[in-house]
Ligand binder design. Structure first.
Ligand SMILES: Nc1ncnc2c1ncn2[C@@H]1O[C@H](COP(=O)(O)OP(=O)(O)OP(=O)(O)O)[C@@H](O)[C@H]1O
Ligand SMILES: [Mg+2]
Length: 380
């Protein structure tokens, strides 16, 4: 039941609260739940790990994503379902839909975003520029694709890639066999390597009624294939073009919730779509302290059928990911305008353990603040 259908005058406050089920229990689920609690929304997470970091702020069902018994238990506890990652099994979503549970964003967004071939094909259909690409199913296909696409190129597994995993850059023909081995001899796409000048992302949210709001774009830098720094880019000259591409996707997919579109900026004026994420996104973490309403709260509002919140960003802000190690809270909080987030996860090389946001009056001040945060650990 949507929040708007329940009466605010119910005797028991529990009757006013809706329960949102989140598939996945990582930091995105945790930040979604944290943003929804003030609205009187309760959360149930489903994921196999007992120590999932969202379990601290939600009722946690421990189970595999395709375990029918666990899905049944999860479904029985919630009014509406969302997810924090794109590799949710299609069968599980179908099962939940058969239980008459709304699933947002809609299953067609999952189907597109989990398969890079479908995703890039949709960009093309919607007139959104994207790198040249070819489907690759075996080594012979790969050799043919290299002839068509040219080098350098990037071989990417069609499914299950994240944080740059399942990818290999091919610079010369003698690297073809090795790239095929490294990516695991699975169904892939080969795409042209783009000599971009900047990487940006636009985060948009669409309500159940079809209203769309956009955040100012984020300028992103990666380290070892993992997002490292995201800086809010006010009045970006490519804002309206990025919004236009975002709108085409949201409307085509009849989308509800937050969607992130990652884009390469080429020659300063052209945008090429890299990928979409049908969920809240790491490049939007600075919206927690930086925007009128965070991406997390706006996703929850959309999923719960509530009015969307403002997306303006009054100051300048940026986010730094803590990957593999995390500095003490006190050292971050001593920095002017800094906010600290620790996801409560065990440290492991390459793992996102937390992030810091920095909000200051000007972009130059924010960039100086990013350097202060980077100086706290070896991650710079
Ligand atoms: N065709 C390309 N040309 C140049 N650089 C690329 C290309 N594809 C990917 N990259 C670089 O690798 C990064 C990761 O690629 P991509 O977003 O496709 O993978 P991912 O595993 O989904 O990563 P993430 O989880 O960080 O979004 C990109 O943000 C970009 O910096
Ligand atoms: Mg990406």
């Amino acid at each position: 039941m949507s929040a708007s259908k329940k009466t605010a005058a119910a005797d028991d406050p529990k009757d006013r609260f809706i329960k949102i089920g989140i598939i996945g229990g990582g930091q995105l689920a945790r930040m979604l739940a944290l943003s929804g609690h003030p609205l009187g929304i309760n959360f149930v997470t489903l994921e196999p790990a007992a120590d999932a970091c969202a379990a601290a702020v939600a009722e946690h069902v421990i189970g595999d994503y395709d375990d029918r018994g666990k899905l049944e238990e999860f479904a029985s506890k919630v009014d509406v379902v969302t997810y924090e990652f794109e590799n949710v099994p299609a069968e599980s979503v179908k099962y939940l839909s058969e239980k008459k549970l709304p699933v947002y964003p809609p299953p067609q967004a999952l189907a597109v975003s989990r398969d890079r071939l479908k995703e890039k094909t949709l960009f093309r259909e919607l007139g959104i520029p994207t790198p040249n690409f070819s489907a690759v199913g075996n080594i012979e296909d790969l050799k043919t694709a290299v002839e068509t696409i040219g080098l350098p190129a990037v071989l990417k597994s069609r499914t299950l890639g994240y944080d740059g995993k399942g990818q290999a850059v091919i610079k010369s023909k003698n690297e073809i066999e090795n790239a095929w081995e490294r990516v695991g001899k699975v169904d892939c796409i080969l795409e042209g390597f783009i000599a971009f000048t900047r990487e940006i992302s636009v985060i948009a949210v669409r309500s159940r009624e079809g209203e769309i709001r956009y955040y100012p774009v984020s300028e992103n830098t990666h380290k070892n294939g993992i997002l490292h720094v995201a800086i809010h880019s006010p009045n970006d000259p490519l804002q309206s073009l990025a919004e236009d591409y975002g709108r085409r996707l949201l409307e085509h997919l009849d989308y509800v919730g937050v969607l992130a579109l990652e884009l390469f900026v080429v020659d300063g004026a052209t945008l090429m779509a890299n990928e979409i994420a049908p969920r809240v996104h790491n490049t939007g973490h600075w919206t927690i302290e930086g925007a009128a309403t965070s991406q997390f709260e706006n996703h929850i509002r959309a999923v719960a059928g509530l009015p969307l919140g403002g997306t303006t960003v009054p100051n300048s802000c940026a986010m730094v990911n803590f990957i593999g190690e995390i500095p003490p809270a006190a050292s971050v909080l001593e920095i002017k305008g800094a906010h600290f987030h620790d996801y409560g996860k065990f440290a492991k090389s390459g793992r996102k353990l937390g992030h810091a946001t920095i909000c200051r009056n000007t972009r130059n001040d924010v960039i100086a603040g990013v350097d202060e945060i980077l100086a706290l650990s070896d991650i710079s």
